[in-house]
Every structure is written in C-alpha cells, then in structure tokens.
Design a protein around this ligand. Structure first.
Ligand SMILES: Cc1cc2nc3c(=O)[nH]c(=O)nc-3n(C[C@H](O)[C@H](O)[C@H](O)COP(=O)(O)O)c2cc1C
Length: 181
C-alpha cells in the first residue's frame, strides 16, 4: 500500500530544504514535456541548485546532451523537480539508469504522473515535494573555464552538461518542507 501524500502550496520564502542533501543524497526527479499531450520524460538528477536569480526564485539543473530528457528540454519550456519519500529510492534509481527512449520507465518505476498547477510538465502523486518551473536561460558548460582540473574527471566522453535555469512558479510540499511547521 502506498502512503497517501498530502501536499500544500509553499511560498518560496517558506521553503525549508537542506540543499546539498536534497540534490546529492536524496536526489530529485526532473520531468519535462506536456502532461495533457501525454508527451513527457523523466530522469533522476543529483546535481543542481535552488536559489535566487534576477530577483526571482530559481532552480538550476544540469543535463548531459546524451539524455533523452535533453531533447524535451530543447522543445518544452517548463519542467518540474520532484522529491520522494525514501520508499521510492528504487524508483529513482531505475529512472536514473534506464532511458525513456527504451520504454515506459515511469510506469515501470510505479509512479503516477499528475497535472501541475502552473506548468505543462507533470508532477507525481507519490512526490512529497513538487517544484514547478518555467525555463529562463540555458548555457553549455565550457571546459576551458574549469578552474579545478579534477572536474574534467566527470567528463571522459566530453559530454559537458547543459545548464538550465528555471523560474520557480509554484512549490507543493508536505509540512516537513515548510519553514514554519
Ligand atoms: C543518482 C543519480 C543522479 C543523476 N544525476 C544526473 C544529473 O544531474 N544530470 C544528468 O545529465 N544525468 C544524471 N543522472 C543520469 C540520468 O538520470 C540517466 O542517464 C537517465 O537514464 C537518463 O534518462 P533519459 O535518457 O530517459 O533522459 C543521474 C543518475 C542517477 C542515478
């Protein structure tokens, strides 16, 4: 039996996360595409950030050009970032090791896409945090700008990430993500 998740809207100023832990250890699911058109894809992401840019709340995610999701990011201007309770660790592992090119990995992972409130990209019924974003900017990492040569170890195939900035339009989460709870 899946635990029923109750999410409420959280103003960005009230969001409480441990950013490095959230990205690096808990992981997030990046979902891009159009829920209504049933054309979307999702992949696990472990690198990125949450913060402020141009006076707006923003999320930044980095995606290698080899990912199927990258094609969706080039065509669709919204995305969501979702966090899940620990029981979905295996689902995130699966979504981070299989490609949507090879079948319906979202169904295989046992996740249920749901409509977002502000963006075309879906969230998930099982998520305890859903961050809805609209793309604002992208850029490709430039290896000649790496100031620590050990960063190159992440790129044996020279498949440098593209950075996507999203303006956060809405956040839905359980009370644990609210600073005043
Ligand atoms: C824990 C974890 C974190 C990951 N973080 C990233 C990331 O930040 N950027 C990226 O491009 N790939 C990342 N990946 C790899 C993609 O999730 C993986 O290649 C996925 O299968 C791509 O799916 P797609 O081809 O359907 O887009 C990560 C994988 C795992 C397991």
């Amino acid at each position: 039996m899946k635990t029923k998740i109750t999410r409420k809207e959280i103003p960005f100023d009230m969001l409480r996360v441990r950013p490095h832990h959230l990205w690096n250890s808990q992981w997030l699911l990046l979902t891009v595409g159009d829920f209504k058109a049933r054309k979307f894809n999702a992949m696990t992401v472990g690198w990125g950030s949450l913060g402020t840019m141009w006076g707006r709340p923003f999320a930044q995610t980095v995606v290698r050009p080899t990912r199927y999701t990258y094609q969706f990011l080039k065509q669709c201007n919204t995305f969501t970032l979702c966090a899940f309770p620990s029981e979905y660790r295996q689902a995130l592992q699966l979504l981070g090791t299989r490609s949507g090119r090879d079948g319906d990995k979202i169904a295989q992972a046992g996740l249920t896409p749901i409509a977002s409130t502000q963006v075309a990209a879906p969230g998930f019924a099982e998520a305890d945090l859903i961050i809805e974003c609209r793309q604002l900017y992208w850029d490709d990492l430039e290896p000649s700008h790496f100031l620590d040569s050990t960063i190159n170890r992440n790129y044996p195939q020279q498949d440098y990430h593209r950075v996507f900035f999203g303006e956060i339009l809405a956040i839905w989460g359980t009370d644990t993500y609210r600073a005043d709870s």
